[in-house]
Design a binder for this molecule. Structure first.
Ligand SMILES: Nc1nc2c(ncn2[C@@H]2O[C@H](COP(=O)(O)OP(=O)(O)OP(=O)(O)O)[C@@H](O)[C@H]2O)c(=O)[nH]1
Ligand SMILES: [Mg+2]
Length: 200
């Protein structure tokens, strides 16, 4: 991976407030998606780790933004998942304040180089996913789409899922869509290439 030592990865900051965001001049790549879509699993896959990022059996529990420091050269930013039905109105409010804070109340927003938008390949874009895509487009933030849990689909379903993502009105023809499986390690190299091409 170029000259980034992915062995040298730690959870540096767990931020519940914008004041806790890192101040280091290091590029950031954020992972966005609904709760349970596979964000933490994707981080572990990228870093060849079993459980650096906690994979949740109880989705949507923690509302923090987690900054993984990769060799002091890159922050992978695990955004809190959205769309978790059992959240209280107060928890939803916290989610909005923190997420919105990351994009709008963040002195280092220019360090955000890419958003990796995760979409469950079995479900396709939900209303919340569409809201997020709209938001990214309106903010002019570069993004790519990762179709998660692709191992759960057979060949026909997979082709259908990827085609419908590519045809989605909020996913431009030039947008990269990466089929991904944390279980099978599929898409890992392609995702690293995309990430590095945006941070270097
Ligand atoms: N089959 C399969 N299961 C996956 C894959 N990625 C994640 N999962 C499972 O999906 C569930 C949720 O995964 P997480 O990585 O915790 O999802 P998350 O987006 O971080 O969830 P929150 O942190 O709650 O928002 C877990 O049971 C994972 O084992 C995948 O590629 N294939
Ligand atoms: Mg997670």
């Amino acid at each position: 991976m170029a000259d980034i030592n992915i062995q040298n990865a730690t959870l540096r900051i767990t931020a519940g407030l914008p004041s806790q965001f890192p101040t280091q001049a290091v590029p950031q790549v954020a992972l966005s998606g609904r709760s349970n879509v596979g964000k933490s699993s994707l981080i572990n896959t990228l870093l060849n780790r079993k459980s650096l990022a906690r994979v949740s059996s109880s989705p949507g529990k923690t509302i923090t933004i987690n900054f993984y420091d990769i060799d002091r050269k890159l922050f992978l930013v695990d955004m809190p998942g959205y769309g978790y039905a059992k959240r209280t109105p107060q928890e939803k409010e916290r989610w909005s304040r923190l997420t919105d804070g990351y994009f709008t109340d963040n002195k280092n927003i220019d360090l955000l180089k890419l958003v990796v938008q995760l979409i469950d390949s079995r479900v396709g874009p939900t209303k919340d996913d569409e809201m997020m895509l709209n938001y990214l487009i309106s903010m002019g933030i570069p993004y790519i789409v990762v179709a998660t849990k692709i191992d759960k689909l057979n060949k026909t379903e997979r082709a259908k899922s990827l085609a419908s993502l590519a045809a989605h009105p909020l996913i431009g023809a030039e947008t990269l869509i990466i089929p991904f499986s944390a279980l099978k390690n599929e898409g890992r190299q392609e995702l690293w290439r995309a990430i590095l091409s945006h941070v270097q």
